[in-house]
Design a protein around this ligand. Structure first.
Ligand SMILES: Cc1cc2nc3c(=O)[nH]c(=O)nc-3n(C[C@H](O)[C@H](O)[C@H](O)COP(=O)(O)OP(=O)(O)OC[C@H]3O[C@@H](n4cnc5c(N)ncnc54)[C@H](O)[C@@H]3O)c2cc1C
Length: 421
């Protein structure tokens, strides 16, 4: 059994854990980061947003990302039969900011970020699973097991839970609240030889709208393409989520069938489900939750990594402030929780809308009235979520979508999609 002391203990080495750890180590804090896996390891979440680019710049990893990953300049929405499509190019947004992002292999991205954390002085321990924790007025403690089955204990001033969907702290404290209106599942894999666009469009993410859900098509470097279906849990019935199911669903979509006509699968079929939840509290006495450990909405607008990392920057600032005051109470940390809840809410509304046909129809036929199309483009790029003008236009967009339900303001989708709600 080993027992150690440091300033900050971070549990989880995904993008949010390594970000908060790097920022605090750079400020001279002694940071220990425990990650249960040994990187590189597979992770879903491959399409990034332009608004994340300044965060990567700040972390100093841009040249490395530039070298490894494909640029993404737009998000495209396509109807199931391919007859309707709408491309939102990020350079046509309302808000100034980066106009491209990356499509990434997460195993590589997460390794780059974790190695960067180690270079910044973080004491990175891979193969260490944290199994328990306790916090009180004087300290935070975690208890774990190494891959050689040795027990370890780390004591710190503050604990940052970045365990992703495992959500260690919120799970143990019973704080997780599932979002019943977004009970979805996903089945996905990687392909080579899938049809893709050329030039600046090569990295476009395509969202294919099918009657009971949507597919992502994310082109990666070296001819790899990530393809996955998201649909409501209830649409699956008692079907087993396996290769047969996956290819039946591909066959049922004329657009997707065509894109995968000459493709071969090069990775296992994987599944996930029930990922939309929020922790009632995101900070407490000497603890903070960052990234998916705090909340996750839905993958449709590729917001996960950005919101997690932006939150990690905010968390690092809040923790520094707590060190300066010598206080780690919930009250001291509360501004971070407020920021996360507010930022996530803008997207949650947008995501819920997406599962309603009248909303998607307006998304496929956006109006330039009042700069609505430009505002939606900014939201899809992740820009301006904290700006009143963008939020106002997003609210108008929702109103128009609601009116479209009864008034048929834009052409209907051939097959009306079933709402998951
Ligand atoms: C189907 C689907 C598709 C998605 N697509 C996208 C997308 O295109 N773009 C996007 O931005 N986001 C996407 N996301 C979301 C994205 O995957 C997450 O938001 C992102 O990975 C969150 O990062 P994180 O660092 O908080 O957690 P994670 O990346 O999950 O990292 C958590 C880390 O903690 C480690 N860990 C867990 N428990 C312990 C423990 N007890 N002890 C030690 N270590 C532990 C894990 O091994 C892991 O490495 C998608 C999500 C889903 C479900």
């Amino acid at each position: 059994m080993t027992r150690e002391r440091c300033d900050v203990i971070v549990v989880g080495g995904g993008p949010t854990g390594s970000t908060v750890a790097t920022l605090l180590a750079r400020r001279g804090r002694r940071v220990v980061l425990c990650e249960r896996e040994t990187f590189p390891r597979f992770h879903i979440g491959e399409s990034l947003l332009p608004c994340a680019m300044p965060l990567f710049e700040e972390l100093g990893v841009m040249p490395e990302l530039e070298r490894r990953f494909l640029r993404k300049y737009a998000a495209e929405f396509v109807s199931d039969d391919g007859s309707f499509s709408r491309r939102y190019a990020f350079d046509q947004g309302l808000v100034e900011g980066p106009t491209s992002a990356f499509e990434v292999d997460r195993a590589e991205l997460d390794t780059v970020l974790l190695e960067n954390a180690a270079r910044a002085g973080v004491d990175v321990r891979q193969g260490v699973q944290i199994t328990a924790f306790d916090t009180d007025l004087r300290r935070a403690r975690v208890y774990g097991r190494t891959s050689e089955r040795k027990r370890c204990e780390v004591e710190a001033e503050v604990l940052v839970d970045a365990t992703g969907q495992q959500s260690l702290v919120a799970g143990r404290l019973g704080l997780r609240r599932m979002d019943a209106s977004l009970r979805n599942f996903s089945i996905f894999s990687h392909f080579e030889g899938a049809r893709r666009y050329s030039g600046d469009r090569e990295g476009d993410i395509t969202i294919v709208l099918v009657p009971d859900g949507w597919w992502w098509v994310i082109p990666l470097k070296n001819d790899r393409t990530s393809v996955g279906l998201v649909a409501p849990v209830k649409a699956r019935g008692d079907r087993k989520l396996d290769e047969r199911y996956f290819f039946e669903r591909v066959e049922a979509s004329p657009y997707l069938r065509e894109r995968l006509a000459n493709a071969r699968r090069v990775a296992p079929i994987r599944t996930l489900s029930d990922w939309s939840y929020s922790s009632e509290r995101m900070v407490g006495e000497r603890w903070l939750l960052v990234g998916d450990a705090a909340t996750f909405i839905d993958p449709v607008f590729s917001t996960g990594v950005y919101l997690g990392m932006a939150g990690a920057f905010r968390a690092a600032e809040t923790i520094e402030h707590a060190f300066a005051r010598g206080q780690f109470s919930r009250t001291t940390l509360l501004s971070y929780e407020r920021w996360v809840k507010e930022s996530v809410e803008v997207y949650r509304k947008f995501v819920r809308g997406f599962y309603r046909p009248e909303f998607v129809e307006v998304l496929l036929h956006p109006s330039d009235f009042m700069g609505l199309r430009a505002a939606v483009t900014s939201l899809l790029a992740g820009h301006g979520i904290d700006r009143k003008d963008v939020r106002f236009r997003a609210a108008v967009f929702h109103l128009i979508a609601r009116a479209n339900r009864h008034l048929t303001l834009v052409p209907r989708l051939t097959a009306r999609r079933v709402a998951s709600a």
